[in-house]
Structure formats: C-alpha cells, structure tokens
Ligand binder design. Structure first.
Ligand code: SF4
Length: 313
C-alpha cells in the first residue's frame, strides 16, 4: 500500500526515518526550503547587498543550491547571484556535466562564469596526472591535484568576480564524512577549519565560504533536484577511487540505517565542540605565497608546489 503524507495524507515521496515522518512532494520540498532558509538565517550566511557566487558543477547538489538561492533572491532581491564553474579538464566527465550547469543558468537567468585549469595553470587535470605518472612512475591520486587546485581557483574566481560570499554545495553527508575522516586521520588542524562558515581566518584575499545545504542529507538533495526537474548530470568522475573516504561513507550510512539521525548528530556535536577546538589549536597565521601571491600558511602555497611537480615533462 502506498505511503501517505503524515501532514496532508497525499501520496508520499519519502519516508524520513530520522524524523519518523512520511512526506508528499509538496511538504517534502517545503521542508527542504525551510531547512535551507533556517541554515542561512541561523549562521547569517547571506547579508544585505552580498554578492553571492555559487560554485556549480552540473551535479545534483550544486544545481539544487543554485535553484534554491535563486528562489530566495527572487523574493528578497537584496543580494546578487552569479554562478562559477571550474573546468578541471577531465575528459568525458566535466565536458558532459558542464552543459547541464550552463542550461540551468540560462533557464534561471543567472550569469555564468567559467575558469579552467588549462587557462590558469596551463594544463588540464588529465595532463597533470599523465605527467606525474611519467615523471615519478606511480599512479598519482588525481583528487589531491583536483581538490587543491579547484579550491584555489574557486577562491580566485570568486574574488575576481567581486563576490562577498562563495556558496558551496556541501550536503549533510559531505559534512559528516569530512568531520569523521578528520578525526580518524587525527587531522585536527583541518577539522578546526571546517564548520558552517569555513576559513575562519579573515583575510581580504579569502572569499568567505558558505554551505547552505549542510543540513540536507544527500538522498534528499537528489530527490529534491529530481522533483524540481532540474537539469543535472549523474556522471561519475573517472578518478573517484578514494577508498578511505568511501569506507567512511559506507560506515556512516550503515550506522544511519541502524540508528537514524547519526549524520545530524555527527555534524551538530562537531558544531558544539568546534569553538573549543578553535581556542586550543591556532592555525599558522596567513602569509602570501612568494610565487603567486595567494594566501597560504606556508612560504610557497600547495598549489604552486603541485604545479612545480608537473612543470616540465
Ligand atoms: Fe576531482 Fe577527485 Fe572529485 Fe574527480 S573525484 S572531481 S578528481 S576531487
């Protein structure tokens, strides 16, 4: 027998085990919008006259984030909205996903900007991986290059677009996994930098990052993107082989299944202890990279160090 919405009795689209509620399309989407608005308000993520740049990829999370911020902006009109895509140069993947990102921006009338590894760093990610393998003879972890260089370029791009906020589409699962992965690895310095507004180190060269979807589980970002008919790609990056992160994800999902609400507990407990962590662990002060001038905690930033490795074939 079809499940009925706990609120109105219509046909349900989801059973939220962690709340013990069954919701129809209307009440599910209403609840997602409410949660996102609450997160934005609670952490004062968007202020009057902010210029918000959304990091988009053509995937479900960033498409949903862009759509929900667009709805908010249409109602409130006190902030500006633009979209920024980073093309890492992953053949057969990013070239496929980015057409969905462009399509959504066109549909919503949001200015679309694109920065690429090739243009900024002179090489695509595919080329960097190939050079690394040829020079050093072992299979390099593409995500190390990709993560570092993409963060660098998102910040640079957002700053060049004069953004006051950079909105990132991390969902509840991403947050819970990152928190637990940092604990397991013992990387407290990285843990201290996380949270609802990461990069607490204030610097004029850092664009403040906000994560309005951090209270929405991944299953629900997918369902909401489908129910809103958003154009998005389900393609998977060919380099996705991070076994450790995959193990952490599987472990959390297994626990969530047995003890619903675990993901929220991980994130909320972390939010409570983060102020204490911040007072205990002081990250190194901000310097500017001697090569590129971007903010870093070291003399040479990680991006420049990685680029040096693949400088010459
Ligand atoms: Fe980049 Fe790794 Fe994600 Fe692929 S899986 S997009 S290489 S971080």
């Amino acid at each position: 027998m079809a499940m009925k919405c706990s609120i109105c009795g219509r046909e349900a689209v989801i059973y939220r085990k962690y709340e013990g509620k069954v919701l129809c399309r209307k009440h599910f989407l209403k609840s997602v919008r409410f949660k996102v608005s609450k997160t934005i308000r609670k952490y004062r993520m968007i202020k009057r006259h902010d210029r918000v740049v959304v990091g988009i990829s053509g995937g479900k999370d960033s498409s949903l984030l862009l759509r929900l911020l667009w709805e908010k902006q249409k109602k409130q009109r006190h902030f500006q909205l633009e979209a920024l895509l980073i093309d890492e140069g992953i053949k057969g993947y990013r070239d496929r996903t980015k057409k969905y990102a462009k399509q959504l921006c066109e549909e919503l009338g949001i200015p679309y900007f694109e920065y690429s590894f090739k243009k900024t760093f002179g090489k695509t990610l595919d080329e960097m991986v190939r050079i690394e393998k040829k020079k050093y003879g072992y299979e390099v972890h593409a995500c190390t290059y990709c993560g570092t260089l993409r963060r660098y370029l998102l910040n640079l791009g957002a700053r060049e677009l004069r953004a006051s906020k950079l909105a990132i589409a991390h969902n509840l699962d991403d947050e819970a996994q990152a928190i637990l992965a940092n604990y397991i690895r013992g990387d407290l310095l990285r843990a201290v930098r996380m949270g609802y507004v990461p990069y607490f180190v204030e610097d004029e060269k850092f664009v403040v990052r906000i994560k309005p979807l951090r209270d929405i589980p991944e299953k629900e970002t997918t369902l909401a993107a489908i129910l809103l008919n958003l154009p998005f790609s389900l393609a998977e990056c060919p380099y996705v082989v991070d076994a450790f992160r995959g193990d952490v994800r599987d472990m959390i999902n297994m626990l969530e299944d047995k003890y619903p609400g675990i993901k929220y507990n991980i994130v909320r407990t972390f939010d409570k202890i983060q102020p204490a962590l911040k007072s205990m662990i002081k990250p190194a002060g901000i310097k500017y990279c001697e090569r590129c001038g971007e903010p870093t905690s070291q003399r040479i930033c990680k991006t420049c160090m990685l680029l040096e490795r693949v400088g010459k074939e």
